[in-house]
Design a protein around this ligand. Sequence first.
Ligand code: EPZ
Length: 420
Amino acid sequence: MANTYIIKGKNPLQGEVQISGSKNAALGIIAAAMVVDGPSVIENLPKIKDIKILLEICQELGAKIEWLSENSIRFDPTTVNTYQAISKKVSKIRGSYYLLGAFLGKYHKVSLLMPGGCDFGARPIDLHIKGFQALGGDELKDEDGVISIKAGRLRGAGVFLDTVSVGATINIMLAAVKAEGITVINNAAKEPHIVDVANFLNTMGANIRGAGTDVIKITGKPYLAANRSYTIIPDQIEAGTYMIMAAMTNGDLTCKNLIPKHMEPLTAKLIEMGAIVEEGADSIRVMLMPGEKLKAASFKTMPYPGFPTDLQPQTTALLTVANGTGRMIESVWENRFQYIKELQAMGANIVTSGRLAVVQGAELQGTTVFARDLRAGAAMVTAGLGAEGETIVTNVYAIERGYEDFVEKLLAVGADIREE
Ligand code: EPZ
């Protein structure tokens, strides 16, 4: 298994890149496939480490998974024989926390080893727990990092999320589809993957209305027949990463199989920075006029439809080579600038103060940098593609958790990158 990427910068990315299925939708949908009462077929599943780990966890719990093709599975939860997900694997990924809602809905009880995931400050789950409590669940914590929740009866209720949370919205939805009566989630997250998980559940027989708005209404049902196929949406963040890389390299790249609407927060900013962005029905082409230099811009990450925090590191990498002074405010996570010292090692001119990074355009020079988490790792590769000389990115496991066939896709559009 590769641990390092070696990149020679300055090659323009040109041609077409196919966008894979959404990681964060897939994590929610696999958990949703556990809640329903029959097998389902899940298509456009990205073959990445986080998904493989979640599928292995489901198998350990008794689910039967059959690969039908490279990116589709038949998922049968009828053989699951426990409500306890407490193996070490569970703590390796963040997405395993969706088993909390799934098992609470299915069995009215669940025990889960606290999930891991990327480190960018505190990652509390108080809002998930608050939602479960509103539905009738009692939280019992034990000392080995295992969370246990039990509900005598699971009853629909009104839930207000003080902070917009993707995870809490999906988790509450997963439990509420099996609760008695109606659940209303107020101040719900609106990310495309929330809508995708709701659409999956509705396809399998659930009754969820309003996903994609900030009020989601779920009418619980005791039995969800399933026995249907569902295709996962394209990955908004993977698409955004390639769009940014196209701008970084003065390339001419068409990202195929995406939903242009999901890309609007990024598209608008790339145009502001001087890139040409052409939208097709399910594709986006990003290029720069010959001799054109990107201009700096100001960004603030926000829940959808705002600028996604998961594109923040890659965008900051892009700002390092733009003309002028750019600003990045990270308003979702308390500590998501830890990768900036790696960019500084490449010559980037960045000053941070709390959640603000001020970036003065400069020339990047390749050096050895560390992929400290998934999107930070993608930012290192973005920087390497735009830098003079050779960039060595270490710990690329972190990147492969979330990008399908990353090196293959980059090679096919002209990047000089190799694994070691
Ligand atoms: C999801 O994380 C994504 N992960 C993250 O993507 C993404 O950065 C994040 O949403 C925001 O878009 C998955 O979908 C697996 P949140 P999640 O709950 O659900 C606070 C990637 O790179 N909060 O929306 O864990 C929290 O501290 C990953 O693909 C509470 O206060 O994020 C944060 O400030 C990294 N209490 C804010 O809400 C809670 O109970 C948003 O977090 C829950 C969250």
